[in-house]
Design a protein. Sequence first.
Length: 370
Amino acid sequence: MSSPPRLYIPGPVQVSAKTYEAMTRPVVGHRSPDFVELYRSVQPGLQTLFGTADPVFLSTSSAWGVMEGAVRNLTQKKVLNCMCGAFSDKWYDVTLRCGLPATDLRFEWGSHVEPEALRRELATGDYDVVTLVHNETSCGMMNPLAELMAVIREFPEVISVVDTVSSFSVVPVPKDELGIDVMLTGSQKALALPPGLSLLSVSPRAMERAGKVEGRGYYFDFLEFAKNHEKGMTPSTPVIPLIYALASKLEDIEAEGLGERYARHARLNDKVRAWGRERGFTLLPEEQYGSRSLNCFRNTREIDLAELNRLLRAEHGMIIDTGYGKLKGKTFRISNMGDETEESMDALLTALDSLLERVSGDSPATPHPA
Ligand SMILES: *Cc1c(COP(=O)(O)O)cnc(C)c1O
């Protein structure tokens, strides 16, 4: 196998040596006091990151496991799936595949979910669950979460499920303050851990709903998570090496300070955004809804993105993303999630600059004015 590239794709993101090192610790029995100590040790740090007083459950699955699990645990009437990109679109499909009644509230890829449209739909009284992707990774678009949550809170019957897979620990998402019922994230995006673990926190009223819902299944049953949580355990054997990695990452986050972590992400995101603008690329979403964990640029210069990425890998050992699904070739995405620094982002941007002229569709570029 050729040596793996340095990842600047928006997930999985580059994993640090310290994290890999943490994963080599020998596993312990998942019903042993050693495990209980480990499980309980990560709770306070996770509750701070989630902005919640509720437990944070650890699920051995990628995020889709708990995204599917959430709709199965909570729906008695009907789900409203807010859609504005690949992940939120797929959540609708997943809801239907679970055999649940659902409505698709669609916006263009790269557009945000409009609070007024959400209010109008919820006002029909048809729904008891709404799904929302905070940061649409496929389009580099961050939804106006506080405004959307304010709308959802007007409808007490509606349980909110919010995917923060690529915004968690990038910007503050205070679960309890915003009234989010179920907040979930995965390991391989903003947390910069290898894939395979997801985290979720469930409000008491969502727990109560789950208690009344049939057909929750076993693996993602919220009641199983809660029952085992009381004992400092997970329902089934968890991916213990990733929990070691998580504990190590929480130490890093505490050492950096949460405020500085948010500020670093904002700084690096601005740096990449300014770089793109100076080179004639516009963001896919409107500026104010641009994601803070990645930038998704339109390929306004009609660059041969596949060739750019090939050269980037061959000559610099790095890769970016050249567009998700139907946006392939039309956009490119650069992540600033996880452990990125000024130096690591500069290294990428310098490498891209050395290649751009060679792959440009337009005439050799004098940098475009903003
Ligand atoms: C990556 C991603 C997911 C899916 O995560 P998996 O780990 O592949 O299950 C869901 N939502 C968002 C916003 C994502 O970026």
